[in-house]
Design a protein around this ligand. Structure first.
Ligand SMILES: NC(=O)c1ccc[n+]([C@@H]2O[C@H](COP(=O)([O-])OP(=O)(O)OC[C@H]3O[C@@H](n4cnc5c(N)ncnc54)[C@H](OP(=O)(O)O)[C@@H]3O)[C@@H](O)[C@H]2O)c1
Length: 208
């Protein structure tokens, strides 16, 4: 399978790239600065661009079977419009380049899932993460109305622990406290979702 991976230099994106390459996929890593790919650079086709540019993304997306996004704002708590701008650019590029499948990483607590959050989660989502979550809510809706074969993925708090493979994934999960899931497990879900049809047109909540 030919995969275009956005956010390939981030901690979750790196896991997706690694898994995809090890599964025999042909991987294009869409990056702002190829130097930050490090040793992954030899195993992928790096394409330089900005994920808020439909022009850059269209050129990169031609000939791929699916796009997986692990875009994020790193340690910043300000969205700076990244998710709304990137969702518009990615959906436009996918349609133009005729790539039907899009797997988009969001966050649990965004949009309609806020109402399903525990009180501990609501406290964080409504304060520290407010800017990011407001931007993601608009972006996620534009993905869902894109006409593409989308999946929007809502993990709980991310850790850098190893993949356990024992996480739960469903359209809705009960929440207590502030549960976590490792980036390695999130990457495994993103990759599996891109390869299969089970999660098309669905929002996936994933957590340990
Ligand atoms: N932290 C949590 O507990 C948590 C919980 C649930 C969901 N999430 C979400 O999970 C996602 C991944 O988080 P993460 O911590 O693994 O990754 P991250 O550190 O946020 O990585 C961000 C990635 O996006 C890329 N990027 C940002 N702006 C870009 C642009 N304009 N054009 C191209 N690439 C761009 C970065 O590239 P550069 O290397 O060029 O900067 C980097 O590869 C985020 O959306 C985050 O909100 C996080």
């Amino acid at each position: 399978m030919k995969l275009l991976i956005l956010g390939a230099t981030g901690p979750t994106g790196r896991h997706v790239v690694d898994l995809a390459v090890r599964s025999g996929d042909s991987v294009t890593a869409f990056v702002r600065n190829p130097a930050t790919l490090g040793d992954l650079a030899e195993r992928v086709t790096p394409v330089t661009g900005d994920a808020t540019s439909q022009h850059d993304l269209t050129a990169a997306a031609v000939g791929h079977d699916a796009i997986v996004s692990a875009l994020g704002r790193g340690s910043s708590v300000r969205a700076d419009g990244l998710f709304t701008r990137a969702s518009t650019a990615v959906t436009g590029a996918a349609r133009k380049a005729d790539v039907p499948r899009l797997v988009w990483l969001s966050s649990f607590g965004v949009g309609h899932t806020f109402g399903w959050s525990s009180s501990a989660q609501k406290l964080i989502y409504g304060t520290l993460l407010r800017s990011i979550y407001a931007d993601k809510a608009i972006a996620d809706e534009s993905i869902r109305s894109s006409g593409l074969d989308w999946t929007v993925v809502y993990p709980t708090r991310l850790t850098n622990g190893p993949a356990k493979g024992t996480y739960r994934a469903d359209d809705r999960l009960p929440m207590k406290g502030n549960p976590t899931i490792s980036r390695a497990d999130v990457a495994a879900f993103l990759h599996a979702a891109a390869r299969g049809g089970e999660w098309i047109h669905r929002t996936a909540v994933i957590s340990d």
